[in-house]
Design a protein around this ligand. Sequence first.
Ligand SMILES: C[S@@+](CC[C@H](N)C(=O)[O-])C[C@H]1O[C@@H](n2cnc3c(N)ncnc32)[C@H](O)[C@@H]1O
Ligand code: SF4
Length: 298
Amino acid sequence: MAKQLFYLPWWFARARFFGSRRPLQTVLFISDKCNLTCKHCNVYNLANPNIKTTEQIIEELKYSYAQGSRFVDFEGGEPMLWRDGEHNINHLIHIAKEIGFFSTTVTTNAQMPFADCEADSIWVSLDGIGEFHEYIRGEGTFARLEKNVAECGHPDVSFNMVINAKNYTNVRDTIEYAKNNPAIRAISLNFHTPYEGTEYLFLEWDKRIKVIDEIIEMKRAGYPIINSISGLKLMKHNKFSKQCWVSNFIMADGTRLPECPGSIAGVCDQCGFGMAGEMHSVFTLRPDTIMAGMKLRM
Ligand SMILES: C[S@@+](CC[C@H](N)C(=O)[O-])C[C@H]1O[C@@H](n2cnc3c(N)ncnc32)[C@H](O)[C@@H]1O
Ligand code: SF4
């Protein structure tokens, strides 16, 4: 904690006032093998999945740490599927901590039990209640998610929802469900980013604005919504300078990118990742966003 208290203001001051462009967080894809084929996703690779070795991941963690990163999110594909001999995701989490990362997170579809996952925080992807979730993720996925969440026993589990043209009417119920679920700390809200082949799920701007107003209203009423109000307001139009270099990305094929791959795909104008607005609000010193970030990270 003491290290974080020193490092975060130092990192911020260098970035904000001296133009430093060093990442603070790493999104590390450890494989693109998955047990689902979600309609909105352009990551999974059924035919010929890349599955990294422990050595490759250690090298990527050390590289990211040397770049300045101190938070790592293990991503996939499905990270809970990852194995290298006797090693599973916990081995990678321990190594990241030994290298010096302040915290580790894992994003999972919760189709497998994750009670033994030792990440500091866990994101469970939930795209609506029941049929809304299953439209995107397939039959049986909601019941498995509910069971594995209820049995996980982890103290820091939050939902990550991606709002799209099919599930936007279910946002209120999903936030309500997160609030009433004793295993869940909070919910993060994002919008579908229209990577090639998934454009039909993009939510039109007028509907997006209405959904954001509804989310802001629920946040003000005390619902456990991670996004800050400043960050949410920016997502209404997406017309702000992006600070996507705050996260470096290491893709499943080993490609190292200094920022979100959305810029290469040309989807930044339609980006739905809540983090984009949050980072801009931090950079423009919005107090509510800084508080939300501190709460999430510390
Ligand atoms: C690629 S998945 C990998 C982790 C894990 N398999 C899962 O589904 O949670 C990471 C997150 O990206 C989200 N995602 C996938 N495609 C997206 C898109 N086109 N726009 C926004 N988020 C997307 C997923 O819903 C999930 O929350
Ligand atoms: S579970 Fe995650 S990685 Fe797999 S297809 Fe769905 S969103 Fe993509």
